[in-house]
Design a protein around this ligand. Sequence first.
Ligand code: 13P
Length: 252
Amino acid sequence: MCGIYDKISSMDKIIIANWKMNPASLKEAEKIAKESDVEDLIICPPFLFLEAVSKTIHKAKLGAQDLFWEDKGAYTGEVSPVELKNLGVKYAIIGHSERRQNLGETDKIVAKKIAAAVDNDLTPILCVGETKDERAAGKTEEIIKRELKIGLSLLANQPHTLNPIIAYEPIWAIGTGTPDTPENMLNMVKFIKETLVTSGYTLNPKIIYGGSVNSQNAEEFLKHEEINGALVGGASLKSEEIIKIVKIAKQY
Ligand code: 13P
């Protein structure tokens, strides 16, 4: 399966470093990138540091944390998929819960961004996940289903060569130090695959986990064949942590 991944990665698992709005200076960004430059890692720095990081890394791959859905034009403050592609970016995180919650990013916007990424040969990393309240109300599956169905809707009827990566990131587990359980993630992987089939989507995505992953708990997730990798926030800013996580992933 998934020829595109085989070309760019020597291992089956995908580890993605989402630096979010960190660090504060170019110098620090270059330092972290240099120290984290290992194969099989995708580094997603802030837009501002993409170019410097692209020049610093030789083994890791480059990802963006977002993109705009148009290729060019009068869209103040936005960054286009074409600009990213021309900079050597290969991946783009799309629909992160922090953008959905803080910036009102809707499923329809996410769908446009996913399509724009694929049109420009960028592998989209679609983030889905429920809040604590939604989970408590028993709405987890409803939310994930909606985010998948709409988020991927513009790819569904198009011929595509890139499979998206789907990151299940329960919002209550992000930045809290309390990850979800591997058992729940395994159920979620099954649910995501079933949802794609019942929606008539012939996509074959890698499905990864995100939310308080660190070098202490990564193995519990990565040892399962069904869990194809991890999306790491806070721990990815410490190079020794992210390198340990990549090493754990390589064992499976
Ligand atoms: P943390 O690893 O800091 O919980 O963040 C997860 C995340 O949101 C990655 O996209």
